[in-house]
Write a protein that binds this ligand. Structure first.
Ligand SMILES: *Cc1c(COP(=O)(O)O)cnc(C)c1O
Length: 439
């Protein structure tokens, strides 16, 4: 049934909209991940989402595997979330003063995420990460932060570091505009590399304020952590008086109600949340041990503030999302759908003889065009991005919207069905055969 039905000529309005946007918005987009840079060509412009589907301005329908890069675990326009936003909106949009909704959301986060005893709401994942780093430094009285190549924590100055020449490197900025000083205290290590981690703690242990990581990275494509790596991180940070900071902006409420920390049974000191916690509206959060969180102003001396922090609409959307997830926990179902998808993709790729890796956790997955296991950023980058881009376009033109980069995780939502997974697999069989023909 699937054919290449959405050709370039069926995307004229998107092309025109992009040209127009490029005149007034840098690169035509408000976040670079949307720009199709990793696959060539131009982004689509959308007007509507409904359940598992997205509709572009040319009237094409796509089955969505991006879910706004993670937030939409319940699909587009879930009635409970829409209703919660509408009900809240009638009473106003912002008060710059406390509401009980904020406490309700905080209580629910504390109930669901094992390591969080207190939590502060902010407006984005970036803001949460930035605040968590500041808090770790303020709490420990130390400056150094450990980060891992390929993990993303938003566009925080001190975390925009590139690998230098030596194996263990103090950071060099990876973007113009980030002062050398801003990254001078950031130590960049290789994900899953226990030896390097131990070496770093041996050398710098008493200077390290915190180690920040995605416990299950989704921002170099999905990469599975070694359990021993997570375990060693907890042990070393604890022994050296450094804080362990889990960035669960993607994994929080995605891999289970308690996030990756629950799946892997590791208790971080601070957790960074975003994406699902806001139910599709701009909201982030950081939380953790009460003695640490009590250092945040006005309870403590570490400054952090926000005019729209705890915004009623965002809080209502987040609360409705978490309540729905708690009541109807779709995780076993999501797992089943995603396993069917990934097994089918693996069979098709194997059948046409395409070397591939297909890591999956719950409803997160990545198809790496790579013959070797992907365990860190270096191995991720050996993937065949030309093949990925052929696959991406082959799927898009058949009406399936995947993340526009080899180095992003894809998501199944609770609005997906077995029938839709079957359709996806049938399209993927054709698209993968084409990849081999062309690339
Ligand atoms: C998306 C993301 C962020 C940044 O969140 P924003 O809301 O885009 O600022 C931080 N960490 C991880 C792991 C993310 O995936």
């Amino acid at each position: 049934m699937p054919k290449r039905s959405i050709q370039e000529s069926q995307r004229n309005r998107s092309r025109q909209a992009f040209e127009r946007a490029c005149r007034v918005i840098p690169g035509g987009v408000n976040s670079p991940a949307r720009a199709f840079g990793g696959v060539g060509g131009q982004p689509l412009f959308f007007v509507r989402g409904e359940g598992p589907y997205l509709f572009d301005i040319d009237g094409n329908r796509y089955l969505d595997y991006v879910g706004s890069w993670g937030p939409l675990i319940l699909g587009h326009g879930h009635p409970r979330i829409v209703e919660a936003i509408q009900r809240t909106l009638r009473d106003g949009t912002t008060f710059g003063a406390p509401t009980e909704l904020e406490t309700q959301l905080a209580e629910l986060i504390v109930e669901l995420v094992p390591s969080i005893q207190m939590v502060r709401l902010v407006c984005s994942g970036t803001e949460a990460a930035m605040s968590a780093i500041r808090l770790a430094r303020g709490f420990t009285g130390r400056d150094m932060i450990v980060k891992f190549s390929g993990c993303y924590h938003g566009h925080v100055d001190s975390l925009l570091v590139a690998a230098g020449s030596s194996a263990t490197t103090l950071g060099v900025p990876n973007s113009p505009g980030v002062p050398r000083n801003a990254t001078a205290d950031t130590l960049l290590l290789r994900f899953n590399d226990l030896e390097q981690l131990r070496g770093a703690f041996q050398e710098w242990g008493d200077r390290i304020a915190g180690v920040v990581l995605e416990p299950v990275p989704g921002n170099m494509g999905l990469v599975m952590p070694l359990e021993e790596f997570l375990h060693e991180l907890r042990r070393l940070t604890h022994n050296h008086g450094a804080l362990l900071i889990f960035d669960e902006v993607i994994t929080g409420f995605r891999v289970g109600l308690g996030g990756a920390q629950e799946s892997y049974k590791q208790q971080p000191d601070i957790t960074i949340l975003g994406k699902i916690v806001g139910g599709g509206l701009p909201l982030g959060a950081y939380g953790g041990r009460a003695d640490i969180m009590k250092k945040v102003m006005p309870a403590g001396p570490v400054f952090q503030a926000g005019t729209l922090s705890g915004n009623p609409l965002a809080v209502a959307a987040g609360l409705a999302t978490l309540q729905q997830l708690r009541q109807h926990a779709p995780y076993a179902w999501l797992e089943q759908l995603c396993r069917t998808l990934v097994e089918g993709l693996g069979q098709s790729a194997g059948m046409v003889g395409l070397p591939h890796q297909l890591p999956r956790l719950g409803s997160m997955w990545t198809l790496f065009f790579n013959a070797n296991p992907v365990t860190d950023y270096d191995t991720a980058r050996t993937s065949d991005t030309k093949r990925f881009s052929l696959f991406f376009w082959g799927m898009l033109e058949r009406g399936f919207y995947l993340p526009c980069s080899q180095f992003e995780a894809a998501f199944v939502s609770a609005a997906h069905t077995e029938e839709l997974i079957a359709q996806t697999l049938s399209a993927a069989r054709e698209a993968l055969a084409e990849v081999l023909d062309h690339g």
